[in-house]
Write a protein that binds this ligand. Structure first.
Ligand SMILES: Cc1cc2nc3c(=O)[nH]c(=O)nc-3n(C[C@H](O)[C@H](O)[C@H](O)COP(=O)(O)OP(=O)(O)OC[C@H]3O[C@@H](n4cnc5c(N)ncnc54)[C@H](O)[C@@H]3O)c2cc1C
Length: 384
């Protein structure tokens, strides 16, 4: 495609860029979105699937509905990115654009944790979550654990939501007393993105619900019925649900845009790569925050970045003023089970270090989380 914008990845970031560009530039600017999968769903739905509250299918939409917005959807596997030429090779041929936006996300990699595939379930894989949901529904008593087994991973609150939603699920079934619920993370503290106050808060919530939790537990391997940590300690389980480490799709590493690392390097305000006319948004990027931390990988961040990129492209094409830089602000919900959610608000680029606030639980936040999904589906791919 020439004289238009080529968007790699039709997830949160890619769909935002495409939709906003269409809104800003009218029907004539060519826009194409490439994704290997024909259907889109919002990742948070997997948590509802885990505890039997929803199906993935009910939240899926076909990507070819983008045609209603005159956005061309190409279902293809991207195999090579030539950033300088703004061209990609796919299993369906070569595509190019005048502007290239890379929004290829992060992939869960259970294969990097020995034994996980055989003995545990992957919270980030739809098939694995469906299988875990069947076990959750069938269990009457036993030991259930949620384990953060690698870094980085997307949606920092998701494993915490999983254990809290399991707790609420077992309570609703009247079997909570018969279930030992455990949570471990390899991180030195709970939910580091939420700062010390957020860590204290989530620790208190888990303790008050009888969830036994531990930090600094680096997983060495999963075995039948137990997870073995570095140092030799082990935790026995009847059902283990894990968060594996995430890595970018293989095609990203060979793109020359990762500066020797795994993830694409961008300017944190403009989201431009080092190559003119090439941007990257969302989970596929690494944006350092000081020495240790990085901007969290989350849908709302991918969306905010996508809006900024679309506005920058539109401004360049129309001769308008450059939009303000992405400000590093984002919020997300932390579902607590039992009909409530908390809201986490982050100001990640704040001078002096990120500031994160947990706005405590409320049924209204859960309602807002449900609307969050419905609104995105409708905005990008139409209702129902
Ligand atoms: C259980 C769970 C709960 C979550 N909860 C929340 C939440 O409450 N709030 C929130 O903000 N975020 C949440 N997230 C995170 C959110 O889903 C991601 O951060 C978000 O999807 C990132 O958007 P993205 O555009 O960077 O990548 P994605 O949305 O992952 O899109 C990347 C796309 O690229 C495609 N792709 C990759 N490689 C190729 C290739 N080689 N060829 C063709 N196509 C390719 C993929 O098929 C995919 O569609 C949650 C995620 C999970 C799994």
């Amino acid at each position: 495609m020439k004289n238009g914008t080529l968007i790699l990845g039709g997830g949160f970031g890619g769909l935002t860029v495409a939709t906003e560009l269409r809104r800003l530039l009218g029907p004539d600017h060519p826009i194409a979105v490439v994704d290997r999968r024909d259907r889109f769903y919002v990742g948070l739905r997997k948590l509802w699937v885990l505890v039997g509250e929803a199906t993935l299918e009910a939240g899926e939409r076909p990507r070819d509905r983008l045609a209603a917005k005159r956005i061309h959807f190409v279902q293809a596997d991207i195999q090579r990115i030539d950033a300088a030429a703004r061209t990609v090779e796919t299993d369906r041929g070569r595509l190019s654009g005048d502007q290239l936006v890379i929004a290829l996300g992060a992939e869960s990699r259970p294969d990097l944790v020995p034994g996980l595939h055989e003995h545990g379930f992957d919270l980030y894989d739809p098939r694995s979550v469906r299988a875990a949901a069947a076990r959750v529904a069938a269990i009457e008593a036993g030991r259930v654990c949620v384990v953060i087994a690698g870094l980085p991973y997307k949606c920092p609150p998701a494993p915490y939501e999983a254990v809290l939603m399991l707790d609420a699920h077992f309570r609703a079934r009247g079997i909570r007393d018969a279930i030992e619920l455990r949570f471990t993370t390899l991180q030195p503290g709970l939910l580091p993105n939420a700062g010390p106050e957020g860590a204290r808060w989530i620790g208190e919530v888990m303790t008050s619900r009888g969830i036994d939790w531990a930090v600094g537990r680096e997983v060495e391997r999963f075995e039948a019925g137990r997870v073995v940590f570095a140092g030799g300690d082990a935790l026995a389980f009847d059902l283990a649900i894990a968060t594996p480490p995430h890595r970018p799709p293989a095609v990203v590493k060979a793109s020359g845009l990762t500066d020797g690392g795994d993830w694409i390097r961008v300017d944190r305000g403009t989201l431009e790569t080092g190559v003119p006319g090439v941007w990257a948004v969302g989970d596929v990027t690494h944006i350092p925050l000081g020495e240790q931390a990085a901007l969290p990988k989350a849908g709302l961040i991918a969306e905010a970045e996508g809006l900024r990129v679309a506005r920058a492209i539109a401004a360049r094409l129309t001769g308008g003023a450059e939009p303000p830089p992405f400000d590093g602000r984002g919020e997300c919900f932390l579902e607590l089970g039992g009909g409530e959610a908390a809201l986490i608000e982050g100001d990640f680029y704040r001078e002096g270090g990120p500031a994160v606030r947990v706005v405590d639980r409320s049924p209204a936040h859960l309602e807002a989380k449900r609307r969050f999904e419905a609104e995105r589906l409708e905005r990008w791919l139409g209702a129902g």
